[in-house]
Write a protein that binds this ligand. Sequence first.
Ligand code: PHE
Length: 353
Amino acid sequence: MSIIQDLEQMRDEAVGAIDTATDLSALDAVRVAYLGKKGSLTSILRGLGALSAEERPAVGKVSNEVRQSLEAALGARHAVLDAAAMQAKVSADAVDVSLPGRRRLPGREHLIEQIRREVIDVFIGIGYRIAEGPQVELDYYNFEALNQPADHPARGLADTFYVRDLSGDEAAVTGESDVLLRTHTSPVQVRVMESEKPPIYVLAPGKVYRRDVADPSHLPQFTQIEGLVVDEGITFADLKGTLDHLCKEIFGHDRRTRFRPHFFPFTEPSAEVDVSCGICAGEGCRFCGGTGWLEILGCGMVDPNVFGYVGIDPERYSGFAFGMGVERIAALKYDLPDLRMLVEGDMRFLRQF
Ligand code: PHE
């Protein structure tokens, strides 16, 4: 076979290898194999000297043509592969600006906590301060000093969780316990009056416990806010004005209040407070049971007997107290059909507030 045929065959192989190289480094390997210092074309060109003078010009010409066509093929393939490499890099680095962002769900106050804070803000705004008492309480503070001695018919034994000492002391296990989970925040009244002299303007928020089965209007554990004022010259009018202010701040300034006579052992006179229904504005609807009013709290003037337990002179001082259920206020404010929604932790519900 002639050297020219060798050259042409080599060119065809090389062009084939160039056109099928799949990336720039493969293409460079092809270039080195044919045009590098030890490449096939280079060795052929080195052998030109050994050719006869007649052969040399024709072979030299074809060699040059082969080199040019290989360089042209390499250049063209290089451009194609280079563009593909650039395209691959661009798409690998690309940011899809149409992708929806990852939503963060910041935490927020639970509805019970929101209402608690709203009520506290109203009273801090008129000069009250916060008082606290223990949730595990003595019978004395929860009942007795609130004018509800052991034989008092209004004392709801059946409603109370008693705490028993189960450490092994037989008497403590079988005997009547005087430690309980407080059934209301009113024991804080007694603790405050025991340790402070009037004037007293306090608010006592906290958890309370009752032996109720959870249903749409009852929870065995809920939140109350107690208020207590003791000062000279405090009258029922002060109580009415204060609670009317609270209701307007919490429910809206278009709402009205009414006071219905009621009984609590530790206040005399006592009342329950209703706020006008926000749905029918007092006309009567399903939400308010047709009455136009919603019951929101209990209150009254501090009974002189309670002052007797804490050593405050009822001739000089008078006072009022009130207690409200935070879950109930939340339910009334947001028209919740069931108090249990507040404690179930269902995010679909909680996110609405
Ligand atoms: N402690 C009462 C209750 O839980 C509410 C109340 C508080 C009533 C203060 C009068 C005065 O129902």
